[in-house]
Design a protein around this ligand. Structure first.
Ligand code: OAD
Length: 251
């Protein structure tokens, strides 16, 4: 069990009157659900696989079956996982502020399964597919026995509807995220290495407009020196304690 987490008085004061709160999550929020992160040594996906072999359009064109099957494997991991105390605490936090935005880089759907009212997915979703040629999103995962399955409209290859290296983020999601970050009074960066742009830049946008910046992560990141408060521990242990204290004066 992590040591007790105390809300510092300066953060408490801001949270007492704040209305616009933004949370950005990364793979670390799902680590305690048993979903591997990307960059943690030993357990991170990118410690065991090469991103350029599995998460780029060129990799998919070269070896569509390998790439498709890797995402089938990742879906099987997340299907077996359940939301943890961190996801659940964030769903409660959303109810305490008039204007609350949850941004995630995760594609695992665990925030939604925790009851989060609205989630802006910056890197797509493991549970949707897209036509590789035409880009059209096909809801749900088609399984026609082939790997990858074929687009029901044009017969082209279907791909997971996630963002790969070298691709742009969904424009509407990114625009909403930037707007929310700029307008935020408090910005939480949780379980992300803050290395992948443009998501990593959102905290800077928020802070540049005067937001208080809070980081929750057991390990220091490039964001750590810029954060106003750092809670150095696992999100599944830190968040329930923080949210309980916030509920006591905002609930
Ligand atoms: P990373 O794997 O880069 O970083 C995970 C972060 O979570 C690290 O900073 C860990 O210290 C932290 N962490 C681990 N366990 C934690 C816990 N229990 N509580 C809180 N934090 C914990 O994952 P992301 O930052 O999400 O993109 O990676 C960003 C993007 O890079 C991903 O969305 C993915 C990846 O390549 C694409 O695939 C496009």
């Amino acid at each position: 069990m992590a040591s007790a987490v105390e809300l510092p008085p300066s953060l408490r004061r801001v949270l007492q009157s704040a209305e616009r709160v933004v949370v950005l999550t990364g793979a670390g929020i799902s680590a305690e659900s048993g979903v591997p992160t990307f960059r943690d040594a030993q357990t991170g996906l990118w410690s065991n696989y090469r991103a350029e072999d599995l998460a780029t359009p060129a990799a998919f064109l070269a070896r569509p079956r390998l790439v498709w099957d890797w995402y089938v494997f990742r879906r099987s991991l997340t299907e077996r996982a359940s939301p943890n105390q961190g996801h659940l605490a964030l769903a409660r936090l959303a109810e305490l502020f008039a204007d609350f935005t949850l941004l995630t880089q995760n594609v695992d759907g665990l925030h939604q399964r925790a009851g989060q009212p609205e989630v802006i997915e910056l890197h797509g979703n493991l549970y949707e597919t897209r036509c590789f040629d035409e880009g059209r999103v096909v809801t749900g995962v088609l399984d026609d026995g082939s790997s990858p399955p074929r687009c029901p409209d044009c017969g082209g290859l279907l791909r997971p509807a996630v963002v790969w290296f070298g691709e742009s983020l969904p424009a509407a999601a990114l625009a909403k995220a930037e707007r929310a970050a700029r307008a935020s009074q408090v910005f939480f960066s949780i379980g992300t290495s803050s290395l992948v742009q443009p998501a990593a830049g959102l905290a800077g946008l928020a802070k540049g407009q005067g937001a208080l910046l809070i980081e929750i992560n057991p390990t220091a990141t490039p964001l750590t020196p810029h954060a106003d408060h750092v809670f150095s521990g696992p999100a599944g242990q830190v968040l329930p304690q923080l949210v309980q204290q916030i509920e006591a004066f905002r609930g």
